[in-house]
Design a protein around this ligand. Structure first.
Ligand code: FAD
Ligand code: SF4
Length: 515
């Protein structure tokens, strides 16, 4: 073959122009399971399995399209130390004069390929992955290193640029954002209506055997079949299911949490992030299908639901990618609040008396998934309030979630949830007491702790930790216009009560493993 074309595990984009070119006989496409990619962080077993299964299915699809494909398993690559040594070996073996790849989305891989290019005697070149809506070259026009960029303005620019939900140059429905119509709690009467999630039953026996045989260290649960979509066909089915059954209530219950439903782990969320982040689905394909559904069923789907969903894909997803690239590699070392604690053990088994944490962590261990508010306002909030080191938080999120790839995981975790970037993403820390959790969920009703209490032994740890967090970061946060009121409320409290709260909070920190 003249050219070896390497496909990373998250670049399963069948619509890429590579595959539309003529003269395909000159190309050898390589997809490879590699220890380098399983071991850079400890992963949830379902995440490793899902990536390997999706890669295998992609290789099969390319073969069916009569392309030359080399799909290598861990058995085949066990002696290859890394991607670049594998590529060097294969180029020699198949007598390829050049190597091509699509630009990776992670900084560490970008650096690795750049280094390879400069040190190898082979002709190596990269090209766009053709996935994101904002071209890579445009990122620096909208983001500045170390500067906060308002997501809302970025999102409006994207709405205009791609003409999504626009009418005569103005936002459809007369406003850009319908947040105030969304974000309801799930009432008892809403629970029975939560749709059953669409799950798949992918056979993963061979992959599980390989993971065991090659001593890949993983955590979390995995049954004999995998529920996540592992092919473009399944990803499309999940999208169709979302549009039909979940979209009508998506925005309304976007922030809701419950532990009273068999479908509590999925609710009205699309669970499309894995299919999107592996590029089995294109973001515009998702947006177009959601818009088509909205047009077809105006009596069942209102604008607030559709706008709420599109904001996530067209806004947040593209926005965090911009923040990531404009601020790497420094972003990975940011620790504005000087957090340094280790993760308590229950992050690995879920056994804690805090019901909200127990629910969110156990679900994550069982499914490799938690929805946004569980990630942000339960687990992330707890890490923020207790001062867990951002590196530990990042590694845990990067390992556990099925959709975790650094470009999207890190800005969300280190930035949005931990405020370690000092406000590049969020204008204030997403810190909350038990009140918020009680407002958005039914977790507190069956908790060992009492959400109304502040100082008693059984007081909700979030209540005490919240004030301790605010108190200890007062110098840094007191001038923040979005937080000023909080300090006014704190100052109104009786000094003895303040001290009692701080003492109980300190007890929580000293005994974090027992909470
Ligand atoms: P839905 O709730 O159905 O939302 C639809 C889609 O919108 C998602 O699939 C996703 O592509 C996009 N989206 C929504 N919110 C965001 C966001 N904040 N940033 C980027 N895209 C968004 N998302 C990841 O894809 N990978 C991660 O590793 C990841 N880590 C996160 C860590 C923390 C601490 C937080 C707070 C959020 C994280 N997110 C991450 C964002 C978001 O929580 C997930 O995209 C979402 O929960 C995935 O589930 P879903 O597909 O059902 O999403
Ligand atoms: Fe979580 Fe506190 Fe509510 Fe318990 S009482 S579920 S710890 S917020």
């Amino acid at each position: 073959y003249k050219t070896l074309r390497f496909i990373f595990g998250d670049q399963l984009n069948a619509s890429h122009s590579w595959f539309k070119e003529k003269n395909q006989t000159q190309y050898l496409y390589v997809i490879a399971e590699l220890k380098q990619e399983t071991d850079y962080v400890k992963h949830h077993i379902q995440k490793v399995v899902a990536f390997f299964a999706a890669m295998e299915n992609f290789a099969v699809a390319l073969k069916q399209a009569h392309l030359n494909v080399l799909h290598l398993t861990l058995d085949d690559t066990q002696n290859d130390a890394c991607i670049t040594s594998l590529l060097t070996r294969l180029a020699k073996q198949y007598q390829c004069q050049q190597i091509q790849y699509q630009y990776p989305d992670e900084y560490r891989l970008q650096q690795q390929m750049r280094q390879f290019k400069s040190s190898s005697s082979l002709k190596i070149s990269g090209c766009d992955s053709e996935h994101f809506l904002l071209p890579y070259a445009d990122i620096s026009n909208h983001f500045t290193k170390d500067k906060h960029v308002k997501m809302e303005f970025f999102y409006r620019m994207m709405r205009k640029r791609f003409n999504i939900l626009m009418q005569d140059n103005a936002p459809q429905g007369g406003q850009w954002n319908f947040d105030q119509d969304n974000r309801n709690k799930l009432k008892k009467t809403d629970l029975a209506a939560i749709p059953e999630p669409k799950i798949f039953t992918n056979n993963i026996e061979g992959i599980l055997q390989r993971i065991k045989k090659h001593h890949i260290i993983t955590f979390g649960d995995c049954s004999a079949t995998l529920l996540w979509p592992t092919s473009r066909a399944q990803a499309k089915q999940l999208l169709a299911y979302f549009c039909t059954y979940l979209l009508p209530c998506f925005g309304q219950f976007q922030d809701a949490m419950t532990c009273q439903s068999p479908h509590q782990w999925s609710l009205y969320h699309s669970r499309l992030a894995f299919a999107l982040n592996t590029k089995m689905l294109h973001p515009m394909q998702v947006i177009k299908q959601v818009l088509a559904e909205f047009t077809a069923r105006p009596e069942q789907i209102n604008l607030a639901q559709v706008e709420g969903f599109i904001r996530q894909i067209l806004g947040w997803r593209e926005y965090v990618r911009g923040i990531y690239w404009q601020n790497m590699p420094d972003y990975a070392t940011k620790n504005e609040l000087g957090a340094s604690r280790s993760l308590p053990d229950y992050f690995w088994h879920g056994k804690t008396k805090m019901n909200c944490m127990q629910q969110a962590i156990t679900q994550s261990l069982e499914t490799a998934y938690a929805h946004h508010i569980q990630r942000l306002m339960i687990i992330g909030n707890f890490c923020l309030l207790t001062g867990i080191a951002p590196d530990h938080v990042d590694n845990w999120y990067l390992g556990i979630y099925i959709d975790a790839i650094e470009w999207v995981e890190m800005p969300n975790t280190r930035g949005m949830s931990q405020f370690a970037d000092g406000g590049l993403i969020a204008t204030k820390p997403y810190a909350a007491s038990g009140n918020y959790i009680n407002k958005m969920s039914d977790y507190c009703k069956s908790c060992h702790y009492k959400v109304q209490q502040k100082t008693q032994v059984t007081a909700c740890p979030f209540n005490r930790l919240y004030w301790q967090f605010m108190h200890s970061h007062q110098a840094r946060l007191t001038h923040n216009p979005r937080i000023g009121m909080v300090y006014k409320n704190w100052q109104k409290q009786d000094p003895a009560q303040q001290q009692a709260i701080l003492n109980r909070a300190q007890w929580c920190l000293d005994n974090i493993e027992t909470l």
